[in-house]
Design a protein around this ligand. Sequence first.
Ligand SMILES: NC(=O)c1ccc[n+]([C@@H]2O[C@H](COP(=O)([O-])OP(=O)(O)OC[C@H]3O[C@@H](n4cnc5c(N)ncnc54)[C@H](OP(=O)(O)O)[C@@H]3O)[C@@H](O)[C@H]2O)c1
Length: 274
Amino acid sequence: MQDQIIGFIGGGNMANSLVGGLVSNAYPADKIIVSDLDEKKLAFLNEQFGVNTTQDNVGLAGRCDILVLAVKPQHMRSVVEPLEQAVQSNRPAVVSIAAGIREAHLEKWLGGGVPVIRCMPNTPALVKTGATGLHANAFVSEEQKDRTESLLRAVGVTVWLDNEQQLDIVTALSGSGPAYFFLMMEALEKAAVDAGLEQKTAQLLTQETALGAAKMALESSESAATLRERVTSPGGTTEAALTVMEEKGLRDIFAQAVDAAKHRSIALSEELGG
Ligand SMILES: NC(=O)c1ccc[n+]([C@@H]2O[C@H](COP(=O)([O-])OP(=O)(O)OC[C@H]3O[C@@H](n4cnc5c(N)ncnc54)[C@H](OP(=O)(O)O)[C@@H]3O)[C@@H](O)[C@H]2O)c1
């Protein structure tokens, strides 16, 4: 893997976290090349991680083994179409981390028959605790899949999906999911402050409780339902709180929220591919 040249088009937040993850996992910095319009971002990446930089997207597509497309979804088509010739002759594995851009659209913009891997990472990738869903089209080899998985594993866990449509569900679950937990933390914190705790105390206890619950769930072989039942004594405080949540329809709220996000993801894919 370490002999592969990894090229990034777009040197923003996600590229920064992926490059940082690769370099801290001892991937050779001289095998990483980042292209961006902004010279300041490139200078930062070079100083911070020692990676090579360029502003020549076509030249980069013509010489790397893995080409990571890390620009905003709305810029993707105009960034990708000029790469067609370079990609057709060099044939790198094209890895897109953009939300809502389908494999078929990327393939078409690149002239057809191109190995494309679509990934949906999430923001905790910025602190190396990301969760990424991946799907590969029929032109991707097992070796290219392994290499792409290693790249994304530098910033968290990875899961391969059976079909591309499942990426809309991943978007609704882990892609948008950090915001659901932030909202819950915000609400819990406010409830504790309203009940009489100091804001800093409420914030610390909320954050540590979220971290502790996630850690317990990850380290246990039991389901979340079993872990919840274990900490809910009949007639106790937890049961009193959970009864309110159940009666107010918390499960239904999550079902509707995930469904709404999934449908928005599908609609965005249609808009962006047009
Ligand atoms: N941030 C996340 O947590 C997250 C999670 C999942 C997926 N994603 C996906 O990751 C992708 C990147 O997100 P991000 O947050 O890293 O965005 P970002 O910080 O805006 O980075 C994108 C970079 O691409 C540059 N760029 C634009 N046009 C270019 C061109 N023609 N050639 C080279 N570089 C160009 C942008 O420059 P300018 O700023 O000058 O336009 C910017 O520096 C998006 O498609 C997003 O959907 C992000």
